[in-house]
Design a protein around this ligand. Sequence first.
Ligand code: ADA
Length: 575
Amino acid sequence: MLRTFREHHIRKTALLDGPWDFVTDPGNEGLHGKWFDRFPHDSKSLYIPSCWNNELSLFHYEGVAWYRKKIRLEDAQHVRLIFHAVLGHCDVYLNGRHLGYHYGGYTPFDFVVPSLSEGEHELIVRTDSTLDRLTIPTEHVDWFHYGGIIRSVELQLLPDLYIEQLKIDYLLEGADADICIQVRLHSLSQQAVTTTLKLSEGGHVFHSEHVKLEAGQSVDCEVKLHWSDVRLWNVGKPELYKIEARTDFDDKIDRIGFRRIETKNHRILINGTAIYLKGVNRHEEHPEWGFAFPPKLMQKDLDIIRELGCNTVRGSHYPQSPYWLDLLDEHGIIFWSEIPMWGAFLPNETVCEPLFQDRALTMISEMVSMHYHHPSVVFWSVHNEIDSRTQDAYEMTERLVSLVKQMDTSRLVTYATMHPLEDVLLPLFDVIGINKYYGWYEGDISGFRQMLQQFHERAEMLGAGDRPVLMTEFGGAGIFGDVGWEPRLFSEDYQAQIVTEALDIFRSDAKIGGTYIWQFADIRGDLKSDGKHFRDRARSFNNKGLLNEYRKPKQAFREVRRIYQSWNDFADLHK
Ligand code: ADA
């Protein structure tokens, strides 16, 4: 299940999920041995989507693995293969022919194969999950190094003339929307083709035209409209519109919500009303499924997050599933989306590398395209905890921010800094996120007060004093079940104390616009006996979850629920 609604009624689509042939290639022999043409006989069967590390004996495997699926076509067809997410490097081969390469992890890529003959075809995928100094994330990252095809693979049968893209933009004035809909049609035909193009919403056709395409041509159709009195999407009050583009041969449905995003007096405004953000950081990860997170569990995460009283979630630290965002759209919950540039130990030389920057730019562009229509997305974040004190970081960040602004001017661009008192990037952003762990990694909890006071002065000095500031990470580890009388490090009691006292400090600071607790649920960590990082990750987990990894609540969950449920969603603008 990719979305909570159908994206096509006419176009034939099928998920290739299920058993694939699978073989690891620890010696990286497959390319030389032409495994894309001669798949090894000693493969096993692996269910897709999944992370291979969740299989017996493959827990620690990081490296190359090959997958094969045989597909059968009843007739010759134009075929589109969509890989909704594959971790790391990925090469795709069809019948021995290289279709293409993709680097990434959490965003889709696709291949169109015109006129594929009837009969059986062999689809082979080579993936490489190896992390190094130029991958995103790099090898030093605080989550488990999973590998695999983590989201569905989809097969679509395309007509000669198909809808390549549907893009919907609008400008809102009160409840009046100036809408611009772009539909890109592409022809795979040898002859000229004509079609009607109809646009509709809720069964009501509001635009119809005839379009002619020459052989092999792409045509962009642009439709401008003015709608009055639209129902606005809002926090806790979601209103959604399904827009359908339909030709004589094909269709594409997407969903939008009308809302205006602004900032004022350190606040985030939705439709002119200031919202106080009550959030958590959520990894889309589970010990049994890794990053191949099933929709059923997304529903459960949503229920728990609503029970907690949250009105926002930070998708730490990578683009999360469209299905998850559909759920947030449907419940009026704000989402922070980011790319997996996780920087706590990122050397400056890496930041300067063109390959590293190009990968980040591609990830941003794919993230923005994938989540473009979700009304829940309010923040695009370009990195987390890089060394934000250097000129090199400034130059790279300028490139990343300007790409986001080129692609989308309707949302806020942000990041999370771990160097709030030395950071040189503040003026580049619409909103500033601060990650700090007083009471855990440094000093005691009251340290937040002094840090924030200094931060606000510095932000003012750098010309960024008017920006909303969000506490994007804070917290401490509590091992599930370790409850007692004394608040020791790693006890549920001390974790609850850190989080509650910190929330109290932030709420009384008029320049803080909201809080994202680190973190929603415990996640697997990447620990090595000879590694120098993350030595405090007991059980090989990051234990700062309000819930454990199986979504059982800790004491901190109950405390935060009490606090978040007592706070209003709306904030005072005049403080
Ligand atoms: C960082 C980081 C998180 C996590 C956290 C922690 O701020 O952004 O991914 O590693 O620290 O638990 O230490």
